[in-house]
Design a protein around this ligand. Sequence first.
Ligand code: SF4
Length: 324
Amino acid sequence: MTPPLLTVSDLVVQYHRSGAPPVRAVAGVSLDVGPGEVVGLVGESGCGKSTLARAVCGLTAPAEGRIDFDGTPVRPLGVRRRDPALTRVQMVFQDPYGSLNPRRQIGAQIADGIRTAAERGEPTDGTTPQQYLTRVGLPESAAARYPHEFSGGQRQRIAIARALAARPRLLVGDEPISALDASAQAQVATLMRSLAVESGAGLLFISHDLSVVRLIADRIAVMYLGRIVETGSTAEVWDAPRHPYTKALLAAVPRADGAGILPTELPGDVPDPAAPPAGCRFHPRCPAAFDRCAREEPQLIAGGVACHLYAASDHGLQPLRSPH
Ligand code: SF4
């Protein structure tokens, strides 16, 4: 079996605030991504997804647990410094305009990516910035233009071309489609998938939008308030969700197969990560909560669910109570 490219084990990332206890934005997460595999990480904003992405890229130090990329521990070197080996992990951010230099031509910015790979000691394969542009569906002439001359979707394609030019083994997309209009979202997500899979790189695709993640991911991990609450193949999570939070996320997605069924809004808001609820973090919003839920935090069990409604058994997950 091919070893994973990325292994995240019992990761805790916390933010320090003056005069107050630290906030655990990521509170014990384990996750892996294999070569050529697309893993979708979904959850509402504020659930810790972006903090996890920054830690994976070596931009934030873990408080506990570990991250291994290609068999080597990921360690941040300090503010704004990254281990050169980590340039094989490339991130595509939410705001493509903010991540591109407005004063430099597109071709020069993609050439930076090519130089990054060369500085790492990788033999060049001769691909030019213009060729990277055509791979993301833009004309070669875009190389001589500037970021403001493009639409949001085109700018995100440019950001992807620049990331690809650094010849990553892992692409991390942190809400890469949420600033785009609806027509560009699926196109950019599908493009990221095909480019990652073609090159044998892994893709960790982070989004609050389960309907887009479903289009491109092989596996889905659902995150709530710093913890993974459900994980499984895309078909399992989309067609037969088990965790009440996953069910609520799905109910909030407008579905073409619903024959007019209106999406249901998720009840309440994500609690403050500085003061997570005792027991199951989802219990104040959970329609299936019972007395044990407020007392005891459920762990992610074999079968991929963290919920007291289920127990692991030799035959997979065993429901202990009706979820309704
Ligand atoms: Fe709901 Fe309890 Fe399961 Fe948490 S553990 S999701 S509160 S049923």
